[in-house]
Design a protein around this ligand. Structure first.
Ligand SMILES: C[S@@+](CC[C@H](N)C(=O)[O-])C[C@H]1O[C@@H](n2cnc3c(N)ncnc32)[C@H](O)[C@@H]1O
Length: 647
């Protein structure tokens, strides 16, 4: 919670241990816990077992240890383990489903968000300004995607019908199943943990949730983000008319948007103060002013010094305060204000003096952003439904959020060039809100959306309209919003072409690595199968992979974003991909030559990546290549080094 007290300047030198603790807490807030010392006094301490787990070393966590304050549930250890398990999957570009593939900065990723969040860690670590998610609320009716701890990519491929079967059905999470909260917590914990890594230090996450899981979510977020980074739980009134179906006669009309920051350094933009009440009817040279109540909040017994009479020096009329409240300022301050002409005396002796407060003296023109999200401006769930129904001409998606709700959160937490992530995208309301806000303030915010290809039920309107999965609905919504915004701008002479730029989006789909050596080797496979795998390793690239598939996998694993500009260039007669204005050169040629290496060194990229197989076992040529880069790097400053890697 923000503290409005100034920090005390310390006279002592840096407390090294305290500073180390502070840094450790910033890196691993979840390992800080509360224990009780020998005198029964609660103290903050480090859960070293958990710290070990964060660093990849597991012991019999949560067993045989002192009782401590914190949140546990069955499967938490596995959830932590799952975070550490590295993904070897890839994201395959899909040009035909994208809009402005080559120029857009926006991404729509189809896949299970756990795998996708893992894959984004290298390229997007610390780059996202705002995350908004609207996960399943665990009402018992939605399905919770089952993470198979041993191989989540396989689970996904089966689910999406990309492996063996026609798509495996997973049932909904029903309260009768027993492990009701557990399953939800196990699903959310690793995702939130990985999401935090993607946030910038001044980044913020907003999570929509209702009463079913709000208390668990807040406890879990306290652990993952650190209690001190809790910004608030905003309340949104989602329904306009009371619900008469509840047996208890309580109509739950609201839900929450729980907000956390990555570090205490981030803040929301706040709300502009309404300055319309500041006017200047008497032409005061000090400018516009407002008449403000001078009453205090304390009785005479509580604050005797704030109970005194104020005398108008011109009329000598004396005014006593409200006996229950007194004044808000001391006699000395009031006398000074009278001398400066900053007290307004009433026309009648029955009135009370007020403060003449000048606009120029306001310390800030910003006040706090209320935790009460006003539905008059934000809208209700019905507004979200109407919005989607209007775009699709039928009710294509159940309970989408109104884009104005996410728009408001975007206004509070992002600036024109920020990256926004939503990894439970549904009908892509977040993309809609980003595109609308960019249009309003001429911004170029970029979105990354992740959505599972969850099948639409065959009796849904969406299915009848031809949409097979929720991901298909999301993609189509973005296309329709882009078209709508373009149409609205048609004929507007005040806009140039740049206003509609950046409205496209690139579709990528989660899939198996294109490089066999990165594919998962199931430990239970037979010796014959291992031999077959080894044989395949000789040519370790998937024969069905396109050059673009390989390029995107390389970008992802080399830590470049998936929206860098890509060109093809010709060096020494070979075609190469030049990424991010030549920062990275990628060769997918199947034969490396000395001429090509020399040309690459000459071109001075920051990084050069080529296929290992392109050396065809010629270790001499490979060693010479390494030497050629080393020799070039020896002559240059550290910062100009070329990194040479093979795949
Ligand atoms: C409540 S909806 C989001 C609605 C969205 N805010 C809107 O306005 O349209 C949650 C979505 O998360 C998706 N989802 C659930 N598990 C997922 C997973 N493991 N990976 C990606 N998406 C998932 C579901 O398919 C569902 O569409």
């Amino acid at each position: 919670m923000p503290n409005n007290q100034p920090e005390k300047l310390s006279g002592a030198s840096l407390d090294i241990a305290a500073e180390n603790l502070r840094r450790l807490k910033q890196l691993f807030p979840s390992v800080f816990t509360e224990t009780v010392d020998d005198n029964g006094i609660p103290t903050e301490s480090i859960d070293f077992e958990k710290l070990k787990a964060e660093l990849g070393t597991f012991s019999d966590l949560f067993e045989s240890r002192r009782e401590r304050y914190g949140m546990d549930w069955p499967g938490k250890k596995e959830a932590l383990r799952l975070i550490q398990q590295r993904s070897h999957a890839t994201l395959k570009p899909c040009r035909e489903e994208s809009v402005d593939f080559d120029t857009t900065g926006n991404l729509f990723i189809e896949g299970d968000n756990l795998e996708v969040l893992k894959l984004l860690q290298t390229s997007y670590y610390g780059r996202v300004k705002m995350i908004y998610i609207d996960p399943p609320y665990n009402t018992g009716n939605e399905f919770i995607y089952p993470d198979n701890y041993s191989e989540s990519l396989d689970t996904y491929l089966e689910y999406a019908g990309l492996k063996d079967s026609e798509g495996r059905k997973f049932s909904t999470n029903s309260p009768n199943e027993g492990r009701f909260h557990t399953k939800w917590l196990n699903m959310m914990y690793p995702r939130l943990y990985l999401a935090r890594n993607l946030l910038r230090d001044d980044g913020v996450i907003f999570i929509s949730i209702d009463d079913n899981e709000v208390s668990n979510l807040r406890k879990m977020c306290d652990e993952i983000f650190g209690e001190e980074n809790q910004l608030g739980a905003f309340v949104w009134k989602r329904r306009q008319n009371p619900d008469s179906r509840n047996q208890s006669n309580v109509s739950i009309d609201h839900e929450y948007v729980v907000a956390y920051s990555k570090t205490p350094s981030s803040q929301l933009h706040g709300t502009l103060i309404d300055t319309s009440k500041y006017q200047n009817p008497d032409n005061d040279p000090r400018g516009p002013w407002a008449s403000i109540d001078l009453s205090g909040l304390a009785t005479k017994e509580q604050r005797p010094n704030l109970h005194f009479d104020i005398v108008d020096p011109t009329t000598r009329v004396s005014y006593s305060p409200n006996p229950n409240r007194g004044w808000s300022k001391s006699p000395q301050v009031v006398n000074k204000m009278i001398a400066e002409g900053r007290i307004l005396f009433p026309k009648s002796p029955d009135g009370r003096p007020r403060e003449k407060k000048f606009l120029k003296d306001l310390k800030s023109n910003i006040t706090g952003f209320s935790s009460w999200l006003n539905s008059n401006s934000v809208g209700f769930t019905t507004n979200g439904t109407r919005e989607v129904t209007k775009l699709f001409s039928n009710k294509t998606f159940d309970f989408p959020k109104p884009s104005s709700l996410i728009g408001l959160l975007l206004q509070q937490s992002t600036d024109a060039n920020d990256i926004i992530l939503d990894f439970f995208a549904g009908s892509a309301t977040t993309a809609h809100a980003v595109l609308e806000l960019n249009k309003q303030d001429n911004g170029s915010r970029k979105f990354i959306l992740v959505q599972l290809p969850e099948p639409c039920s065959p009796d849904s309107e969406a299915f009848k309209a031809g949409y097979r999965t929720i991901a298909d609905i999301g993609k189509e919504r973005i296309r329709r919003v882009i078209e709508k915004l373009g149409t609205e701008e048609e004929g507007r002479l005040d806009l140039d072409e740049s206003s509609s730029q950046g409205r496209g989006f690139k579709v990528l789909k989660l899939g198996r690595s294109n490089f066999r050596k990165w594919q998962y080797l199931d430990p239970s496979i037979s010796p014959e199968e291992i031999l077959e795998e080894l044989r395949l390793h000789v040519d370790h690239i998937d024969p069905n992979a396109s050059a673009e598939d390989l390029l995107y996998e390389i970008l992802l694993k080399a830590g470049l974003t998936l929206v860098e500009p890509v060109e093809t260039v010709t060096l020494a007669g070979s075609r190469l991909f030049s990424v991010a204005g030549g920062e990275l050169l990628v060769s997918l040629e199947d034969r490396m030559t000395k001429e090509l290496i020399d040309a690459v060194v000459e071109a001075e990229p920051k990084q050069f990546i080529c296929l290992d197989a392109a050396f065809h076992g010629n270790d001499q040529l490979k060693a010479n290549t390494v030497q050629a880069f080393n020799a070039r790097n020896m002559q240059e400053e550290q910062a100009d080094h070329i990194l040479f890697r093979t795949v």
